[in-house]
Design a protein around this ligand. Structure first.
Ligand SMILES: *[C@@H]1O[C@H](CO)[C@@H](O)[C@H](O)[C@H]1NC(C)=O
Ligand SMILES: *[C@@H]1O[C@H](CO)[C@@H](O)[C@H](O)[C@H]1NC(C)=O
Ligand SMILES: *[C@@H]1O[C@H](CO)[C@@H](O)[C@H](O)[C@H]1NC(C)=O
Ligand SMILES: *[C@@H]1O[C@H](CO)[C@@H](O)[C@H](O)[C@H]1NC(C)=O
Ligand SMILES: *[C@@H]1O[C@H](CO)[C@@H](O)[C@H](O)[C@H]1NC(C)=O
Ligand SMILES: *[C@@H]1O[C@H](CO)[C@@H](O)[C@H](O)[C@H]1NC(C)=O
Ligand SMILES: *[C@@H]1O[C@H](CO)[C@@H](O)[C@H](O)[C@H]1NC(C)=O
Ligand SMILES: *[C@@H]1O[C@H](CO)[C@@H](O)[C@H](O)[C@H]1NC(C)=O
Ligand SMILES: *[C@@H]1O[C@H](CO)[C@@H](O)[C@H](O)[C@H]1NC(C)=O
Length: 483
């Protein structure tokens, strides 16, 4: 908002008191902007400057921050504490009704300057509750929100239309602990407070095969825009930890997300069919991908056709022994494009960078760039994979193959990996314009060779020597704009 104001000031000034000087200035500015747009080599910069309606604060000077998507934490007119609604922070008393009542009350201030619900030091046990618009959930220092151990406190809601069913079980799915649908301008932040999903009960239901409905997320926001989640610790999510789906303008920063390394499907952050999502400065340790970009599952995702695009993942670090640092897919049927991943640091993991797809998915993966990736003891540092035979039902279309084009991987250093990259495209749907530049994978046994199938592209300054699929002569134009 603020970043747009000076321009409007000049414009409106012109209408009231015509004068050539500001007009010339304005046109010069526009001309400079246009030249910059047409010569910008990498889309990440365009993404940052492209957002001018951040609901709070200024766009920061440092271009490499999420500030352009959502500025400073907005101040709210009405601020109340959960204790004013009768909350009890003893770790035993259920506050489910209290949180629901508090948010219900604060909903009334949505159009009157917004509201903030403070959660003070203490252990606040609760079942699922919904958020509202123009609202901040603020966890003070020492505040811990604990997820209820009663599955009935995580009621069943409709499956997502782009999945057609619960991801793990047919039919509906458990709602997330903290949920929002159709909201605008929502902030979840605080002074390093904690939200602990206490997910063990759910992982046990999964392990012992008695789970009846798909597990809930720790935080899920649907059909919402202008969201900021920052400066908190999220622990032990039952399932994927943060799930923005059908959302736009989402910032997730300065977060610590932890789950035991064997906790099933506890992905850190999964932007799903969402646009303009910026994730930065997060430390994530969990039993699944640190970040996974998704967009719906097979025929349901294809029918809904809701892509994920303009996603930035920057300065994320962590470990996941069986999964990857950043994954694209495997659910990608609505399409995924314009993803920039930079300054990623991953260790003791199965993969650093992974693209997952399959027959039946349809959709596309395009314009994905990974740069400045540091890895230690990552088994397969770079992996494209297919064929886990993971479909929602018998209705999937084997002819629906994904189109994968434009994957740029540059400035990668990997120490003590076990395997060279494995790049498996799909028969009849060759992955095209795969570009590797300045990729150094050290510590591999000399017998370790790249494994490539159904991929084509280019490489330069890559060690060990890449597969012939990437050894074309002369830098093609589509590759030169990366790194
Ligand atoms: C991706 O970014 C380019 C500009 O770099 C833009 O032209 C294109 O529309 C973007 N794609 C999507 C799906 O947003
Ligand atoms: C949120 O606040 C904005 C700005 O004050 C207002 O225009 C909008 O109607 C509010 N939205 C809701 C859902 O209360
Ligand atoms: C929360 O929102 C979901 C849908 O978005 C709804 O099904 C559920 O009833 C709401 N829960 C409460 C406690 O209002
Ligand atoms: C984050 O939490 C710390 C610790 O309480 C606090 O000092 C800091 O001001 C918070 N930062 C933001 C941006 O809110
Ligand atoms: C499965 O795990 C749940 C949650 O811990 C437990 O309540 C249930 O008794 C277990 N069922 C079996 C068959 O082990
Ligand atoms: C590369 O990423 C690391 C974090 O993994 C960061 O410390 C470093 O500054 C980045 N280098 C550049 C050139 O941005
Ligand atoms: C990929 O980027 C190019 C150049 O920035 C742009 O023209 C194209 O629209 C983008 N493709 C998609 C699918 O976003
Ligand atoms: C190659 O990548 C490494 C690791 O990110 C980086 O330190 C180095 O500066 C890069 N070299 C060039 C020429 O970009
Ligand atoms: C890599 O392996 C060597 C030999 O085992 C060991 O000395 C070194 O500390 C390891 N480095 C990292 C970063 O794991």
């Amino acid at each position: 908002m603020n970043s747009a104001k000076p321009l409007w000031g000049v414009l409106t000034g012109n209408f009231i008191r015509p004068s050539w000087a500001p007009m010339i200035l304005l046109f010069t500015l526009l001309a400079i902007l246009l030249v910059q747009f047409s010569t910008r080599p990498v889309f990440s910069e365009w993404l940052i400057s492209g957002r001018s309606t951040a609901p709070g604060g200024d766009v920061a000077d440092d271009p490499r921050t999420c500030a352009g998507f959502f500025g400073a934490v907005p101040t709210r007119k009405m601020v109340m504490s959960i204790t004013e609604f009768g909350g009890v922070g003893d770790g035993k008393t259920s506050n489910t009704e209290t949180f629901r009542r508090a948010v219900g009350h604060m909903q009334g201030f949505g159009e009157k300057g917004g509201s903030q619900l403070n959660v003070p030091r203490g252990r606040w046990l609760t079942g699922s509750f919904n958020l509202t618009s123009n609202f901040t959930l603020f966890l003070e220092e020492g505040a811990v929100i604990l997820g209820s151990q009663d599955p009935e406190e995580w009621p069943i809601i409709e499956p997502l239309p782009s999945y057609g069913r619960g991801r793990e079980r047919l039919g509906g799915r458990h709602i997330s602990l903290i949920h929002g649908d159709g909201l605008t301008n929502v902030v979840i932040t605080g002074q390093k407070g904690t939200i602990d999903g206490q997910g063990r009960m759910w992982w046990e239901l999964w392990w012992n095969r008695t789970l009846e409905h798909t597990r809930g997320h720790l935080v899920e926001l649907m059909n919402s825009h202008d969201i900021l989640i920052s400066n908190l610790t999220f622990l032990n999510s039952p399932f994927w930890t943060i799930h923005p789906v059908y959302c736009s303008n989402v910032v997730i920063k300065d977060m610590t997300i932890l789950a035991p390394l064997n906790a099933p499907n506890t992905d850190g952050i999964d932007p799903d069919s969402s646009t303009n999502v910026c994730i930065e400065d997060c430390y994530i340790e969990s039993g699944d991908d640190l970040v996974a970009v998704k967009s719906g599952w097979d025929q349901y995702g294809i029918a809904m056709s809701r892509p994920s695009s303009n996603i930035i993942v920057r300065r994320v670090s962590g470990t996941t022994p069986t999964c990857s640092g950043v994954g694209i897919g495997s659910e990608m049927s609505g399409g995924i494009s314009n993803v920039t991943v930079e300054d990623l640091h991953v260790w003791d993991s199965a993969a650093g960078v992974r693209i997952k797809s399959d027959k039946g998915r349809g959709g596309y993966i395009a314009n994905i760039s990974f740069s400045n990736i540091t890895m230690e003891r990552v088994k397969i540092p770079i992996r494209f994979s297919r064929g886990s035979n993971d479909h929602p039902d018998e209705g999937w279309d084997p002819k629906a193959v994904p189109k994968v084009k434009g994957i740029f991987i540059s400035n990668v250093i990997s120490l003590n990996s076990t395997k060279a990259p494995v790049l498996e495209g799909i028969e009849d749907a060759i992955f095209e314009e795969i570009c590797f530049q300045n990729v150094t994978l050290l510590g591999l046994a000399p017998s370790m060779k790249w494994k490539c199938e159904f991929v084509s592209g280019f490489s330069s300054k890559v060690f060990p020597m890449p597969c012939p699929h990437l050894q074309n002569n002369g830098t093609p134009s589509w590759c030169s704009h990366s790194s």
